[in-house]
Design a protein around this ligand. Structure first.
Ligand SMILES: Cc1ncc(C[n+]2csc(CCOP(=O)(O)OP(=O)(O)O)c2C)c(N)n1
Ligand code: SF4
Ligand SMILES: [Mg+2]
Length: 308
């Protein structure tokens, strides 16, 4: 399986231009990477979030695929139902089998927090679908609130910065690890600047014989407070600082997909975004140290898991 750029350029688009996502938003990039990598008809379920509200404004739609919007929390259940109905109808001869793939796009709020039990159940039942978490580290659609994916010290509208608090007070969940402990066929972490790595992972997820989960960092220039043109640079910095390592768990085998030649300090990531501006002040030095220690600890742990 190989991702060949020339072939990608001739494929039809699954997501049309003219949607309402902010200029510079990574979410449309991620969606197009997924649909292009699959290269076959997709049945898509959307959790409520920036992607859904910006691409499905009645009476228009940006989707050139089948798409269903459900509630904020239950996209995994919806796609599981669609996949089960399809399988049952094929089995009893009501429809002809087709080469189609079932895909969820859901934000980190929908995935890490409010939809976690629905997702966990669908994974445990073994439905064949790809779950893509668009992880922009906050509830962006409703005004940049913190989520379980938001990192320690981050400014959001519900973790304000002031005399009493320096942004978010707790670390983030290891959602990729949580999903890996469901022992599904394929789990991976990815980022949009590393497009070939990501699209190869999408293809692996698409050929898995059961559920698969892709946790994709999805930089949000609006909520992260950086200039729209820097989206891919910010994505790259997350990986080069080891804050967002690229790895996969393929049938239980952990594999590191990228090792930075020169691991960058987390301060470079913090400097790239206005939501961390307060952390660069001397009085918040200890928080930056803690972030670095946690990132280093997670990186060490990951390398051990990958037997590197
Ligand atoms: C049960 C429920 N609670 C809250 C909301 C309001 N709501 C809609 S989208 C959203 C935030 C989505 O955040 P996330 O899943 O991270 O997606 P993003 O917009 O950041 O891409 C919230 C809180 C809702 N629609 N339903
Ligand atoms: S708020 Fe962020 S995630 Fe939402 S459309 Fe704008 S850039 Fe994208
Ligand atoms: Mg989000």
């Amino acid at each position: 399986m190989a991702v060949i750029l020339r072939e990608l350029t001739t494929q039809p688009e699954g997501l049309a231009p003219g949607h309402g996502l902010c200029p510079g938003c990574s979410e449309s990039v991620v969606v197009r990477q997924v649909l292009h990598a699959l290269g076959k008809p997709a049945v898509v379920a959307l959790a409520t979030g920036c992607l859904e509200v910006s691409t499905t404004r009645f009476p228009y739609t940006s989707w050139q695929t089948s798409v269903v919007h459900n509630a904020f929390e239950n996209a995994a259940t919806t796609i599981g139902g669609a996949e089960a109905a399809y399988t049952a109808m094929v089995r009893r001869g009501a429809i002809q089998p087709r080469d189609v793939v079932f895909v969820v796009f859901a934000g980190d709020g929908a995935t890490y927090d409010i939809g976690l039990q629905w997702l966990s159940g669908a994974l445990e039942r073994g439905h064949r679908f790809i779950y893509v978490c668009l992880n922009n580290e906050g509830y962006m659609n409703t005004g940049i609130q913190r989520s379980g994916a938001t990192m320690l010290g981050t400014w959001t509208t519900t973790t304000p910065v002031g005399k009493l608090a320096p942004g978010k007070l707790t670390w983030r969940k290891d959602m990729t690890g949580i999903i890996a402990s469901h022992h599904i066929p394929y789990v991976a972490q990815a980022a949009p600047h590393a497009w070939k790595d990501f699209m190869t992972k999408v293809q692996r997820a698409g050929s898995a014989e059961g559920p698969s989960f892709l946790n994709v960092l999805a930089p949000c220039n609006r909520g992260w407070r950086y200039e729209a043109r820097n989206t891919m640079r910010v994505s790259q910095l997350a990986v080069e600082t080891c804050l967002w390592p690229l790895y996969e768990v393929d049938h239980g085998t952990w594999k590191l997909d990228y090792r930075p030649r020169n691991k960058r300090p987390v301060t470079e990531w913090l400097q790239s975004q206005g939501r961390f501006a307060h952390l660069l002040r001397p009085e918040n030095h200890a928080i930056v140290e803690e972030i670095q220690q946690r990132v280093d600890g997670e990186w060490e742990h990951l390398q051990q898991r990958c037997q590197e």
